[in-house]
Write a protein that binds this ligand. Sequence first.
Ligand code: F6P
Length: 496
Amino acid sequence: MIIENKYLHLDASYQGLSAQELKDFAEQRLPENFDALRNQLLRGEFMNASEGRKVSHCLSRSIHSVVAAGNGKNRFSDMVRELRSGRWLGATGKPIQHVVNIGVGGSDLGPMMGSFALREFADDSSLHNLEVHFVSSMDGGQLYAVFPLIDPETTVFIIASKSFGTIDTLANVDTVRKWVAAPGEGRESLTHEQWLSRHVIGVSANSVAMNDFGIPAAQQLTFAPTVGGRFSLWSAIGLPIALTIGVHQFSRMLAGAKDIDDHFGSAPVLENIPLLMALIGVYNREERGINNLAVLPYDGRLRYLPSYLQQLDMESNGKQADHSGKAIDYPTGPVVWGGFGPNGQHAFFQHLHQGYDAFTADFIAVLKRQAPDFEPGVQEGLAEQQRLAMANCLAHRKLMWFGNENKEDPRHNYPGKHPSSLLFMDELTPESFGALIAAYEHKVFTQGVIWGLNSFDQPGVELGKKAATEILAVLDGKAAVSDDFDASTAAMLKRF
Ligand code: F6P
């Protein structure tokens, strides 16, 4: 069973479900008002009830909406052009050579994945030597690696945070501020005013906080609070992608997503890729009791896809309360994990083939890859490798489904019966990449509707932040180790 769309195709043959079974399951599980809810989503009118606002990421599928977002004065395209052409000068008159995106979760994973996946599509008509780096982790681990590569005079920092209040991001920014102001070997420092004047871009839905921070209005990009963090790579949060590939190529990515919006909104169930992905996922979760989905891209450019989908799916649908806040007693979103398929073969595939655990998988493949910039001999070598990867992708999914029974020798017995889907693209292009990501967004939305969840809030991340604040007070010497701490935490606090 292969469903073809303009940019993205789905082969669900190894799910072991006939068209009739899927049709019946859809009738059983899609609520009567599904069409209405889907239209609301696509028109930006679906309600995120617990946060009391609409969900509008589908309205960001054109460059005009990105530019016009917030106060209608976003300089998104100008900034991209100036930075990519070397016309953006730092406070001491030097052209900017490095951009560091500081953000976490949705303000990091999407931009990082997209920049990495699409870098060969860089429209380099105006390109000078601009390098884009990503810093997300609260431990400062990435700053250790980035500082030696950059210079305050030639670096712009993007502070990417929808809320502009995320401690991880603010902690990284604070350390950057200290680094910029401290003279180092072989580099000049900048004053705080110089830094703010030319070296900081804020991307946020919170312009008040960006003003309070001191970011000049011309260096602020805003987007609507109705765009969820994990759905925000289409908005100004996608700036690092546009800086990597240019505004025109970024628009192509948005166009691919829009194409899937239209497909999702109009294709009948059995021809509707996101809808089928959702129904299949619900079927595997409920009827087969499988609690996890392995995402296995077979194209290295998509190696950050599993982490991106982890947030998209798990933060959206890993919930135990329905949209009205009532407890639910059925399983919801699966654990999403995975990794770059060819390397996974030499790491965790042993367990997949012969371990005890049930799993379902999404194999992601790209059929053709052009390498016009290389010598003919090298092109041939790369084409052979493309075929090799494809052969392995097809072989492993086949083996996972059909197995290979060996009654005599259990060491060589492959039980099989692990259902998987193959999502494939003729070529990886900005459009097909946009289509792939939007298809997963709509899958997650549909599953949320089926399970009666609000897929657009994330209350489960709050308590951890509160607990960390209490512990940090002790580590900072502002509070004592009280009896409220359990023995293990108390012992660690003393030791630290
Ligand atoms: O982990 C919670 C979360 O709010 C995510 O939903 C979000 O993508 C991330 O933190 C970063 O948030 P912000 O963009 O507001 O800094």
